[in-house]
Design a protein around this ligand. Structure first.
Ligand code: 5GP
Length: 120
């Protein structure tokens, strides 16, 4: 069972404007910003504006327009940043064994150098 959404999580606070962020992209459904502790030369986080705890929660409960906007935005951000040809990696840690730290769905975009086999 998915935990209830906690409105005090750090990405909820970013969405409310309570914490600053370096925005890469924003539309009605999606916000993307640079990770505060980058693990690659380019490290962007993409989040839905809706209150979803995780990939599991989002994929189960989000509307078709929210899902479409999110998937399109991830692709568009990478494309417009010129990441397609050199390549990039997507990651969505989900739950304790994955080490998910922030309980608001976020997809990591890693790029800018050869990434090796795995990133935490
Ligand atoms: P997770 O481990 O949950 O997949 O990833 C959480 C990510 O959020 C980490 O990469 C961490 O550096 C990032 N993060 C945590 N707090 C903040 C913050 O206040 N601002 C930004 N931009 N990133 C954050």
């Amino acid at each position: 069972a998915t935990l209830p959404y906690d409105e005090s999580n750090v990405f909820a606070r970013i969405l409310r404007g309570e914490i600053p962020n370096r925005t890469v992209y924003e539309d009605g459904h999606v916000l993307a910003f640079h990770d505060i502790a980058p693990q690659a030369p380019t490290h962007i986080l993409v989040i839905p504006k809706g209150a979803y705890v995780s990939w599991d929660d989002f994929s189960a409960r989000a509307s078709e327009p929210e899902i479409a906007a999110f998937v399109r935005a991830v692709g568009r951000i990478a494309r417009e940043a010129g990441l397609v040809e050199p390549g990039y990696r997507l990651l969505a840690n989900t739950g304790p064994n994955a080490g998910q730290e922030v309980a608001h769905l976020h997809v990591h975009i890693f790029a800018g150098a050869p990434l090796g086999p795995m990133l935490a």
